[in-house]
Design a protein around this ligand. Sequence first.
Ligand code: F6R
Length: 608
Amino acid sequence: MCGIVGYTGHEQAAPILLDGLSKLEYRGYDSAGLAIEGKENIEVVKAKGRLRVLEEMTDNGNALSGTCGIGHTRWATHGVPSVVNAHPHCNKKKTIAVVHNGIIENYQSLKEHLIKKGYEFESETDTEVIAHLLDRYYEGEPLEAITKVMVRLNGSYALGILFEDHPGKVFAVRKDSPMIVGSAPEGNFIASDVPAILKYTRTVYFVNNMEIVCMEADNISFYNLDKEQIEKESTTIAWDAEAAEKGGYEHFMLKEIYEQPKAVQDTLSPRIKDGQIVLEELGMTEEEIKKLRRIYMIGCGSAYHVCISARYVLEKLTKIPVEVDLASEFRYRDPILEENSLVIVISQSGETADSIAALKEAKRKGVRVLGIVNVVGSSIAREADSVLYTWAGPEISVATTKAYSTQLAACYLIGIYFAKIRQNISDELYEKLVEELTKLPEKIQRVLGDKERIQWFANKFAASKDIFFIGRGLDYGTSMEGSLKLKEISYIHSEAYAAGELKHGTISLIEKGILVVGVATQPELYEKMISNMVEVKSRGAFLMGLTTYGNYSMEDTANFTVYVPKTESYFTTSLAVIPLQLFAYYVAIARGLDVDKPRNLAKSVTVE
Ligand code: F6R
């Protein structure tokens, strides 16, 4: 949450910073601000609301001269969205400016200590303590002051810092919040995420925890906590700037929904060679895979829903028991982890605080961790024992779509690969599954072709107050994701239920006209699902059925039916989720909402 950028170079800084912030707005969008080193002092401009307010105030940055500065887009944690609480925050003399992403857990005690020393606070934020602490320890030597402050802060932070008497320099540090450094001929950059700087460079340095950056126009230096200079290798990012633009689509979400065939293809194809799944990236020997006794799958939000669906696939194929956990629960439940087990942490951003903590908990207990991650070089990618990248490209819309689909694809690969090595499946089934996997992108494309009908139906139900999703087995996992997509962007109350569970309480919520979406793609559970759908219909529900072509008897029960192509039943989530993503998108559009930036949310949840 919150996005930070910094630039120092040969160009005017403010337009570059605003451009960078516009690519980070998905991380927070309740207020924004800039600090620019002017000729004599640091000039700070802040605005409440979306970035465009700040853009208007500064004539898209042109009103601010100076070639060095920092910027911030905020997702409020401490204190309401307001100009005073917006970053950058400064010391009283306005000679030090700070932008911060993360949470300072001990800010209250630090604040009390500083107040006793005579410091005055303007805002309700935790960040302001950093500005005053820097002031307290600053005696003309930035590294000295920064390291003294770092050891006093508990919590997570990525910071961009300016010192008025060190013109042309941007300082940065990080602990448990993301931060990258970019290098280009026209100057150097810091940013919370790669899309912010892709327009200028693909040469990136990943900053590790407790490392300090000092950037000048033509030089970047890295230091450890002992103020010793350290060497770093740069990485070339494969994503291009175009991938992080809307490319003619009205919203990133729609663009990303449409990118799913390619994203899934890009995730699958490098790992399927001559009909064989090759997953050397897992770094596991056949012996280790054969010995596996349990798999723990962990994620948050949609990534958790991938875990739910993947459990059905992995258990059936590999016969290894799979436990699924929300990262926020796993990290505190002191889990008993069996020997010879594997923890799989799934995350698009690779920076989700709870998922990182779960990973650390697993490693602390001596269990091997595999990350399924989209952002190259992110914290989870670096801290896991091995990483299977999803090649979804940059996902900008807060509501995930293509990353979710690629995470599923990654899980299918693991399931089939393990099953083959453990000799759980015949050669014929292996071949059939791999072949079907390669057809998935084209089948997803076919589902996207049905968008007009879903759009029409979404318009019809856009004024709903409650919408329920029901399913069994894999379809329950799909229902959970469909329900989350809908509620997060349309603000309609929605719940997903295992269809067999309805009659144990929830069915009392069903009233005349309420929309219930029944997902029924699993042949062995189809009849059971129809019975559950009849149960809600007879209580007055309006039914949307979602099933595979051929199951035309669905129309005897459902009022509106959506069909997806047939595939191996293991993979149906990948097809059935598409109409549900489109449905959520079009409901939100019909309600006139900001689909890409839903209220109260941020793309990357780097706080607990
Ligand atoms: C929902 C959504 C979130 C994320 C969750 C985990 O559309 O995007 O629920 O799935 O915050 O984020 P990552 O995958 O970055 O760990």
